[in-house]
Ligand binder design. Sequence first.
Ligand code: ADP
Ligand code: GLC
Length: 489
Amino acid sequence: MKIAFAASEVYPYAKTGGLGDVIGTLPIELSKLGHEALVFLPRYNTITIEDYNLKLCDDIGEIPIRIASNIYKVQVYTTTLPVSNVIVYFIDCPHYFCRFEIYTKDNDEDERFILFSKSIIETLQRLKYAPDVIHCNDWHTGLLPVLLKENYGWDKLFHNTATVFTIHNIAYQGIFTKDTFRKADINPEHAAPGEIGEYYGNINFLKTAILTSDIINTVSETYAKELLTEEFGAGMENFLKRREKDFFGILNGADYNIWNPGKDIYIPNQYTSSDLSVKLKNKTALLKRVNLPQDKNKPLIGIISRLVEQKGFNLFEDSAEQLMKLDALWVVLGNGEPKYEEMFSALVKKYPEKISLYLGYYDELSHLIEAGSDIFLMPSRFEPCGLNQIYSLKYGTVPVVRKTGGLADTVEDWDESLSNEIQSGTGFSFKDFSPQMLIDTLQRAITYYKNKPTWKKIQLNGMCKDYSWKKSAEKYVTLYDKALKKYVG
Ligand code: ADP
Ligand code: GLC
């Protein structure tokens, strides 16, 4: 099967969160299963020709793309994903992609991703390449299915090309003014009240994708069920219910070539489940690196996260003082909303011996935190899949999570009523989204941390879990088959 991926993030070229990890790995796994996968990504200005050895696709030439009645010239660069033969095409249009950030609040944000979607289709035309499936991801590629079927519907090349749309996060929907469809040359009737693109008088990319893709999925089974409810659906629940027969949940996998304590190139001391004591050396290195006291008997709680509402950090607002009283040390890596950055900064100022903070995005440090921490905290309000808890399991870093979405599907709560021998628990979780539950659950984890044989059992239970991509990639193949059958049918 031939699958073309369209996404706004692909590791190692551009990443702000898990989307980058997924698109950096899933295509490679599909190619290992014998399929042909290609990837499309905008060429943001951080993706330099020199750093990534990009080649200009001369044979494609300059592509004129029309946005809001202006013509922009697009060029296409290419390379292959590291250690694979998966081709990546970079859509180059400096006017839209040379910005400070991958995502902006600029008032042409819609245009940036309309250009991206149109350029993908036009590149495929020039390559005379008809994928069986175009796999779109998140709102940025949400207009591609309707563009493909309507604006480019005349092109026989795509007559057997189906579309799959993956929702990585319902919180980001791509909502813009009504004008957006005109800028994209999409039939304005679709912007009329109640039509596929319209959402409270605006245009919603995600809604459009839900109603126009052949198959839709999200990144865990629990989140797929949650999305059909008002509590989690963020206004999309009724559209998803309309598509319920075509809507699935597939858990993300982990790339154990990158996230594996046995071969992690970023950590000073590699280790496996048979030499878990080596993990302590990473703790020593991490404590030194982040300027915390070498208090090895205290558990070190790690956080690596976008600091946004989704991740549950408002639970800290009412409980920070109590959390700091726990017998533990803290290391936080993240960036995001100023109120959370300020909250953590204030804690560091007040408790410099207890908590260390690195504000920003830092790939290498994130690996050391996974390896050197004892506990990994993810108290998310909602979590489509979550990758850090999956990585933590492999690193013997016991996850403490809120039982929601993918966190519920991957972390098994330690059940103290069972004997150690038959225990399969891999971490600690809580259901009620309340500061007290967070404190109690962390306290529970800290108590077990002090009981070394039990702690080791919890670590080993997690380390032997296999969340590699293979199984999930096979499920995607089944999904692509469904999309094709449905489309051709
Ligand atoms: P989300 O996609 O919602 O941010 P995930 O848990 O799926 O959450 O994925 C987060 C990914 O981004 C992980 O690979 C994590 O290590 C990485 N990450 C998040 N914040 C940072 C940061 N500040 N520095 C480095 N890596 C980060
Ligand atoms: C999103 C979600 C996260 C998921 C990631 C990759 O950003 O917040 O839970 O793991 O996408 O699918």
